[in-house]
Design a protein around this ligand. Sequence first.
Ligand code: AMP
Ligand code: MG
Length: 348
Amino acid sequence: MQTELVKIDREQMSHHIMKRAGEILQNGGLVAFPTETVYGLGADALNEEAAQKIYAAKGRPSDNPLIVHIADMEALGRIAESIPKEAKALAEAFWPGPLTMIFRKKECVPSGTTGGLSTVAVRMPSDEIARELIRQGGGYIAAPSANVSGRPSPTTAQHVYEDMKGRIPMILDGGPVRIGLESTIVDLTEEHPVILRPGYITLSMIRSITGEAEVDRGLIADNSTVRPKAPGMKYRHYAPRAELWIVEGPMERVVSYINEKCSAFPGTGIICTEETREYYPDGVVKSIGSRKDERSIASHLFAVLREFDGEHVERIYSESFDTQGLGQAIMNRLLKAAGHQKIDVSEK
Ligand code: AMP
Ligand code: MG
């Protein structure tokens, strides 16, 4: 299959191209497109056969459900069995935007879209290209991240092309995404909202709207006895080809530990920040952003993990990040990329 990579100007969207992309979706095909979080791989969510094509193109395990993207609130009422008042308040506060909510599903949502679950994950993205594509494509677009399963999520159309070339007919190129981490997922089928995947919308932002809210224990527990409720969170994900370790502790000790490893293993990869870059004289050093602006770190994380794949490094050491606020989402993705390999260099 030929994969068409088409540039779209967000300010002046070509109606002709958006209509053509919408037709591909309406005819059961796949289109990759930008959202404010990461690039998505879209299919008509209400067409089971179309949604199944996503699993094939990504090599995604069939028990890992898809998020349904909508462009207006009326669409939510047609796929969610009931909309709790917390959900309405969260939608009011954060939609359109990087928040996904889990509801009990209506009959019309095929179980092929929800990985066999009786619930459905729904998000209303803010990116204008995504919103127009949803409208042109029939209103309900299932769209996981547009990477091959297990690889870092794509934050540019070029990343999508690397993974999906020959597997899908069209990629809409809207330039680099704004946020760079996937949406926060909140389960609204329990008594209180539960965060199943941390993201740009933090626990304290959710609590400021709903009062009570928790983080799924399966995400916090270091031992893996508690299973995460979002099926996708149990898989190794975002993994670069090299082995990755996260080094924790006071910054000076972290830097000297990483430098020791670098002398022992020439060609070691290092993930650092603007603040520490100058302290690493050797190795393949990549700064991921500034600690003063966590958003810059979030937006570069996946691209940096992908870049290492082109560098022939066999081991990568990364500094660690604060686990509050947006840092919680950053550490969640980094730890998954590292298969949870952590090294603590604090003085015992
Ligand atoms: P992705 O689309 O790649 O960002 O992955 C979607 C994430 O949403 C995965 O971790 C899924 O397991 C999770 N998810 C989707 N639908 C549901 C659902 N109904 N219940 C729980 N988690 C879900
Ligand atoms: Mg994904």
